[in-house]
Structure formats: C-alpha cells, structure tokens
Design a protein around this ligand. Structure first.
Ligand SMILES: [Zn+2]
Length: 259
C-alpha cells in the first residue's frame, strides 16, 4: 500500500501511519527517518524508518492514542489550501466546500471559521505577490517567471547560482527578429535592476525606423569581460545572431553615447 502523506500548516510533508502523524527527522542514503509529530510536546518515542516507499521499522508511540480526527482535519485543510490556490471560488465557497462533510469530531480538531478564512486569504496573497527581491545569487526562479503569458520560454538563459550570474530574458521570436536587424541599440539601466544585480541591460533591434526592445539581461557588474560573455551567450542562443556573414554592417550603439 502506498504511503499516505498530508501537508502541515507550514507546508511540510507529514507521514500518516496507523493513525499517527510523523514528521521527517533525517535522511541517510536511501533511508528516511520519521518521528512522531508530538515528540516535542509529549516526548513520544514513536518512529518510522522508510526505504523505497516502504516502512521497514515501526517503533510504537508510547504515550498517546491514534487520532484519526486530527489527521482528517489536516487533510481538509490541505484541500482547502489547494482550492484557495487553484480556483477562483470566493473565500466563502472554498470554506463551504472544505467543511461541508466534516464530522463534529473532525471540526473539533480544526481552527475557527475566521482562522480558516484568514488561511485562504493568506494562501491567495502569497500566490499573487511577487517573491521578495533575492539577497544573494542562490535563488530559484519559479516557473511562472520563466515563461511569458503565451507559454513560451522567456528566461532563455540562466548561468546558475554564482556571483557572476547572468539572466537573459527574451523569446525565440525576438531572437529571430534581432538576427535580421542591421543595427542594435544597447542600453544599461542601473536604477531599476534588483539590488544584487548591477544593471538591467536592454538590447533593441532596429528595423526601418523602429527601435524595438527585444532582449533583457540582468548583469552582475559593468566589466567588459561580462559584456563579452553576454554576447557570446546570445550567439549561442541563435545561429548567425551577430550575422558575420549575412549582416556585415551590424553595429552596436550604446544609447548612452547618443544622448
Ligand atoms: Zn507519538
């Protein structure tokens, strides 16, 4: 039988077994050690060892009984949170759907209606709010910020979590357009870059008299080496990007110099 999990209030996995809840203690090789979720409160010695999704050892819970209602309440809250994040139903409806068939034993294990309403609102605010500005280069970019609204990949390049991190945002269509332009205008903006980056570098393609911003790059500094690296990456994203053969006259013009 597959192991059954439920999410805690803090979105951590809890393992359900014989009516008891367990939280992860540690992992070693392919073995995971779980301890009773009440270990702190009542010093319960209940433990589980799991290898390849199978329980290999169960140490009895010594000073409490299983609580099915508590587990059921956690499951209801999990569903409530999921519906809050994945549906556009009103707070009232999300709450109604979640608690509709709950027994009185289960509802006794649940928070008050007002607390549940706040949980729904909190989940939704978190979904809508953009993540905070990162304080170092070791951040992960959520999928919703990697793709544009058409579902196309927009984060075309990410050098990874290093001090010299470079992020290039553009689409394939923009790269195709850029490779057809004889001139590019490039401009570094320093004030709008997130704090850990030195600048937001924008590359515009010039088509007839139109100047179209097509590539946005977050750069860690203003060194020549970094600019060279960035153009090397762009070249690798699109064949003939810098068109040595097809566009011999292609020039780069720093907008700053034009002003
Ligand atoms: Zn226990």
């Amino acid at each position: 039988m597959a192991l059954e999990y439920v999410l805690s209030e803090k979105n951590k996995y809890m393992l359900i077994y014989h009516g008891f809840l367990h939280v992860k203690e540690r992992e070693h090789d392919n073995k995971t050690y779980w301890k009773c979720s009440e270990y702190k409160k009542i010093h319960c010695k209940g433990r589980l060892h799991v290898v390849d999704d199978k329980i290999t050892k169960f140490i009895e819970h010594n000073n409490h009984v299983p609580n099915a209602a508590k587990i059921e309440a956690k499951k209801v809250i999990s569903i409530l949170k999921k519906n809050a994040s994945q549906t556009t139903l009103s707070t009232h409806s999300v709450l109604g759907n979640a608690v509709m068939q709950v027994t009185s034993a289960v509802s006794a294990e649940m928070s008050s209606i007002n607390t549940l309403k706040r949980t729904i609102q909190r989940v939704r605010q978190k979904e809508e709010a953009a993540p905070a500005n990162p304080s170092n280069f070791e951040f992960i970019i959520p999928d919703q910020y990697r793709y544009n609204s058409n579902g196309e990949l927009f984060l075309k390049f990410d050098s990874g979590p290093t001090e010299s991190r470079i992020l290039i945002f553009t689409t394939q269509q923009n790269l195709d357009f850029m490779s057809e332009c004889d001139n590019w205008f490039c401009d570094g903006t320093f004030s709008v870059a997130p704090p850990i980056f030195a600048q937001l570098y924008t590359i515009h393609g010039v088509c007839y008299s139109n100047v179209i911003p097509s590539v946005y790059v977050l750069l860690p500094d203003k060194k020549e080496k970094t600019y060279r690296h960035m153009f090397e990456i762009l070249k690798s994203l699109k064949n003939n990007m810098l068109g040595a053969t097809s566009h011999p006259k292609k020039k780069f013009t720093e907008i700053e110099q034009l002003k």
